[in-house]
Design a protein around this ligand. Structure first.
Ligand SMILES: O=C(O)[C@H]1O[C@H](OP(=O)(O)OP(=O)(O)OC[C@H]2O[C@@H](n3ccc(=O)[nH]c3=O)[C@H](O)[C@@H]2O)[C@H](O)[C@@H](O)[C@H]1O
Length: 431
C-alpha cells in the first residue's frame, strides 16, 4: 500500500505511466480516493488550527485573568488597611502612578501626616521598572500599598471605589516625556486620554464622588512667547503630542466638572527633578553619562540661543500637590448626577526662575566633580520648546505654594541620592 506522500507525489514518473496504461480504472479510483483523503486531511488541519487558536485565546485571557494581581480577601484587606486615616480630618487618597517619581513622593508625604493612601500603578517599562519596584518597596515600608493595575481597567477602578470611599484622587499616572511621543504616539493616547476618561468615569460614578487633583503640564503653553506663562494665557498651540494630550486632559476634566459636578484641580508641572527621579529626563541621563565618561547631547535653540527650563524641585511640587488636595472643595454629584456647580481650577507649579541647559550641566559637573563631554547640536524639531517660565501667583494665593529650592541646591540633593542608589559605576562593569 503506497503511503499518502507517494500517492500525491509519485517518485517514479515512468512507473506511473505504465500503471496508468494497465490499471486506468484502479488509478482513477485511487486518484479519487487520494483527493478525498486530501480533503479530509485539509479539514482535519483546519479544525486543528482553529482549535489551537481558540485554545491560545483561552490561555491568553486565562493567563491575563490569572496574572491580574488584584482581587481576593487578602488584597481587599491590604487596600483597606492602606486607606485607613490616622489623623483627625484626614483624607483617603487614591494616588495613580504611585510608583512613579511624583506619585511616590506625594504618597509618602500624605502617609507621613496620617492620611490614608492607596497607590495604583501599571509598572510599565517606559523606563527601568526596577526603579519603580524600588519605590514600591520604599512605600511598602511606610505602609502604603500599591495596586498593580492599569488605569484603563474599569473593573479594577470600580472595585477600588467599592472597597474604599476615597475622598480624593491624586491622578499622576501618565505617559510622560516630550520627545518619546514621536516614537510611541499611541501610548500617550492610551494613558493620557483613554486612561484619564476611564478614571473620571469611575470617579463620577463613585458615591461619594472624590475631589480630583491631576497632573497637567507646562508643555501646554507650547509655542507661546509671552513670559512668564500664566494660567489665563492661550494654550492652543502645543508643540508635541504629549502636550496635546495634556491639553486634551484639561478639556476632558472640564466636561466631567461641568456635567457631573466633579471637583477638579489641574496642576501644570514645570520640569520636575530630584531624588528618585525619572531616568529619561535630561538632568538624570546627563548625570549617568557624565559619570560613565560618555558624551551628552545639549540642544541649542534658534540663533544659538540656549534652551531654558523653569526646573522645579520635587519637594516644592509635593507641597503644591498636597496644598491642592487640602484646598479642594467637595464634588457635588452623586449617582452620576450633578447636584450643583463644583470648582474647576488650574495652577502653574513652577519655580519662577528659569535656568539654561548649559548651566544645568555646569552645576552637575560641580556636584559630580567630573567634566562633561558636551556635544552641542541644534534642537531637533521633535516637540521641544525653547523655554518655560511659570507665573505662580495663583498657586501662591490659593494654595500657599512657595517654592524654596533653587537648582543648585536641588541638584546637590539629587546627586547625593543618585550616588547612594547607583554608586559611581552605574551602568559600568565593576572591575
Ligand atoms: O514641564 C513639563 O511639562 C515637562 O517637563 C519635562 O520635559 P522637559 O522640560 O523637556 O524635560 P527634559 O526632558 O529633562 O529636558 C530638559 C531640557 O534639556 C534639553 N535636553 C534634553 C535631552 C537631551 O538629550 N539634551 C537636551 O539638551 C531639552 O531640550 C530641555 O530643554 C518632562 O520630561 C515632561 O514629562 C513634562 O513633564
Amino acid at each position: 500500500m503506497p503511503s499518502l506522500e507517494e500517492e500525491l507525489f509519485p517518485s517514479t514518473p515512468g512507473k506511473f505511466k505504465i500503471e496508468r496504461a494497465h490499471h486506468m480504472n484502479r488509478q482513477l479510483y485511487r486518484c479519487f480516493a487520494s483527493t478525498s483523503t486530501m480533503f479530509l486531511w485539509a479539514l482535519f488541519l483546519i479544525a486543528l488550527t482553529a482549535s489551537y487558536l481558540s485554545f491560545q485565546g483561552f490561555v491568553d485571557s486565562g493567563s491575563r485573568y490569572l496574572s491580574a494581581s488584584w482581587g481576593g480577601i487578602q488584597w481587599e484587606k491590604q487596600v483597606r488597611t492602606s486607606a485607613q486615616i490616622h489623623r483627625q480630618g484626614g483624607m483617603s487618597v487614591l494616588v495613580t502612578g504611585a510608583a512613579g517619581f511624583v506619585g511616590s513622593h506625594v504618597s509618602l508625604a500624605l502617609k507621613r501626616r496620617g492620611d490614608g493612601v492607596v497607590g495604583l500603578d501599571n509598572f510599565n517599562d517606559y523606563y527601568d521598572p526596577s526603579l519603580k519596584k524600588a519605590r514600591k518597596s520604599l512605600l511598602a515600608k511606610h505602609d502604603v500599598f500599591i495596586v498593580d493595575g492599569d488605569l484603563n481597567d474599569a473593573k479594577l477602578l470600580a472595585k477600588l471605589f467599592d472597597v474604599v470611599a476615597f475622598t480624593h484622587v491624586m491622578h499622576l499616572a501618565a505617559q510622560a516625556g516630550v520627545r518619546y511621543a514621536m516614537e510611541n504616539p499611541h501610548s500617550y493616547v492610551h494613558s493620557n486620554i483613554a486612561g484619564l476618561v476611564t478614571l473620571l468615569e469611575a470617579c463620577k460614578s463613585a458615591n461619594p464622588q472624590p475631589a480630583v487633583v491631576w497632573a497637567s503640564s507646562s508643555s501646554v503653553y507650547g509655542l507661546n512667547e509671552k513670559v512668564p506663562f500664566s494660567e489665563s494665557d492661550q494654550t492652543d498651540r502645543p508643540a508635541s503630542l504629549y502636550a496635546a494630550t495634556k491639553k486634551a486632559g484639561e478639556e476632558i476634566t472640564h466636561t466631567y466638572n461641568h456635567i457631573y459636578g466633579l471637583s477638579i484641580t489641574g496642576l501644570r508641572f514645570f520640569t520636575v527633578y530630584g531624588p528618585w527621579g525619572r531616568p529619561d529626563m535630561a538632568y538624570f541621563s546627563f548625570t549617568r553619562n557624565i559619570l560613565q565618561g560618555k558624551p551628552i547631547t545639549v540642544y541649542r535653540g534658534k540663533n544659538h540661543v540656549d534652551l531654558a527650563r523653569d526646573f522645579t524641585y520635587i519637594d516644592d511640587i509635593v507641597k503644591g500637590c498636597v496644598g491642592s488636595l487640602d484646598t479642594s472643595a467637595k464634588s457635588t454629584g452623586s449617582g452620576g448626577k450633578k447636584r450643583g456647580p463644583a470648582p474647576y481650577r488650574i495652577f502653574n507649579l513652577g519655580n519662577t526662575s528659569p535656568v539654561t541647559v548649559p548651566t544645568l550641566v555646569s552645576i552637575l559637573e560641580r556636584h559630580l566633580k567630573v567634566k562633561a563631554k558636551r556635544n552641542i547640536v541644534d534642537m531637533p524639531g521633535n516637540g521641544d520648546v525653547p523655554f518655560t517660565h511659570a507665573n505662580i501667583s495663583s498657586a501662591r494665593r490659593e494654595l500657599g505654594y512657595k517654592p524654596t529650592t533653587d537648582l543648585q541646591t536641588g541638584l546637590k540633593k539629587f546627586v547625593k541620592w543618585y550616588l547612594s542608589y547607583y554608586g559611581y559605576n552605574h551602568g559600568k562593569p565593576v572591575n
